[in-house]
Design a protein around this ligand. Sequence first.
Ligand SMILES: [Zn+2]
Ligand SMILES: [Zn+2]
Ligand SMILES: [Zn+2]
Length: 174
Amino acid sequence: MAKKKGEEFQQEKEIFLEHIQNAGLRRTSQRDLILEIFLKTEEHLTSEDLYWLVQKKDPGVGQTTVYRTLKLLTEAGLAREVRFGDGKTYYEHHYNHEHHDHMICTECGLVIEFFSAEIEELQDKMAEKFGFTPTHHSLRMWGVCEACGARKRELQSAPSGAQPRVRVKSGVAD
Ligand SMILES: [Zn+2]
Ligand SMILES: [Zn+2]
Ligand SMILES: [Zn+2]
C-alpha cells in the first residue's frame, strides 16, 4: 500500500509518542519538530548539528532540549549513538535501518558505511566460541580514504623541486 501524504514516518512518530508517554513526559511541538528533522536527515549528526538544523525552523528551541530529545530517541530505539574517535557522539537512524558498520578516514573525516554478511557471521562464530551472547556491536575501521590516499601518494612522488629546501653552503665565501 502506498503511503498517504502526511503519513511519513508515522510508525516512528507512534513509537516516539509511546516512549514519551511511558516516560511520563508531555508531547510538545518542539519535540515533534526535533523528531521530524532528525528523521528527515539521513546522516551522522551530533547533537549540535541537529541543533543548528532545528534552529533554522524554530530559533526558540534550546540546545538542551535537542540533546535530551536525542537521548529519548535513542532510548526509544529510533536513533543509535556512534563514535568515530574524534571525541564527539554522533547519532544515526536506527529503526527500520539495516545494520551496518563504519570506516572512518582520519585525514578528512569521511565515514563509509558498509555491510558484510561474512564479517557478521565470523563475529557470531567468534562470540559462540567464547560462550558470549552479543546484544549489539559496532565495527569501526580507521584509516585513509581513497581520495586522501591518492593525495598523499601524489605529494610523495612530487618532483625533486618539492623536496625539503636545505641549502648547503659551499663554504668558500668569507
Ligand atoms: Zn556489523
Ligand atoms: Zn579522506
Ligand atoms: Zn552509519
